[in-house]
Design a protein around this ligand. Sequence first.
Ligand code: ZN
Length: 456
Amino acid sequence: MKKLLYLSVVALIYILFGIFYYWNPILLVQQDPIIEIGTQFDPYENVLNIVYGDIKDLKIKGKVDTNTPGVYSLTYQYKDRKKTIKVTVTDSKAPILEVKNVKTDLQEHITPELFVKNIKDSSKVTLSFENVPELKKKGKQKLNILAKDIYGNSTTKKVILERLEDKTPPEIKNKKAIQVLQGSMEDFASKIRVKDDLDPNPQLELDTRQVDTFSPGIYSIHVKATDRSNNIVDQDVKVEVKENPEYNKKIVYLTFDDGPSENTIKVLDILKEYDVKATFFVTGHAPSYNDFIKEAFEQGHSIGLHTYSHDYKNIYSSTNAYFNDLDQINSMVESITGQKSDIIRFPGGSSNSISAKYSPGIMSELVKMVNERGYQYFDWNVSSSDAAGNDISKEQIIQSSCTDKFDQINLLFHDSATKNSTVEALPDIIKFYKDRGYKFYPLTKKSYVVHHQTTN
Ligand SMILES: [Zn+2]
């Protein structure tokens, strides 16, 4: 009797559960989940089971944008049974803030950003000082940096600001004489190493009037460096103009930027016909013509680096971006010729001002950095003007290219599919210089340099 009663109760429970699950077949892990911004949320993973059913027949309506806080509605539908839940995306995490103490002079403009080493949050963070700081005060003071995201989560970190009266002038670190090759056009400011204890960027003024780059010898340039607290160092830096065996020899360095292209082979044929050597500053634009780079190299022409992408917006966005691109083009050149290149031409030349749009001051930094990394960069002192448009006539190019103003000429051409008149003008230009006793050399790191004045 007892056993029968027990079995009936069990059967009844089964029946009740059966009815319940018939009406509510969708079992979820979380009814109304709350998830953190930026994390993953898969609505299917929130399904525990479909009782007497298959998850394949489950439909889900609604979307959760896990990158935007808010309340989202999701409807699970299995046959004619529906279940709607609310998914809340919140940003409840405070920004992760790493700070550093700052020691500076009394001139620097103090902002909360100066104290930040690193900051992380899923949404936008604004920085402020929690207490009202006396930013002009001399000596040490404790400040609280407050980082607050747009959902009101905040982190505070203590920092120390130390303001000193800067009485130490910058130091000029050039120990050895700056060496230049006789006849070179040099941007001396790029060769001055200046350091200040508190101002990362002292102003430089140079007086180079004593230097005669055409005559070998030791000269001085007068350098004046001023930090923002107006401490001044006045110092002479030696310049050694080294004898250039090629000086007075009348040399033309024919240089072709932007290739390879379908025209490279025509240029190579002309150079071969007149038995002259040139330099190609190549890009990664047209890999289908990379065989021409190999051919140029094998015929004794120099291969230089013009950047892989030639994309101003990218290469001049930061010094890192520039060098990443330069490594890329140099790897390409090495894979073609078997040897890395150490000569560079900047897109737009070192005097380009377009780069200022992407990173103010970048050219002044790059001209120093490429030197430090073992490269030499070359600008030009004669332009063929073939980049002034696509319809520059052969006659115009010849006229712009032919001059006897200089004994040593770095002549700028462009190698691209649209520059047919450059190819047509080339034989006459070569004849002009041959008739006047010029030799044609490929550029090497040691060649005579033309450096424009940087403007950014
Ligand atoms: Zn170019």
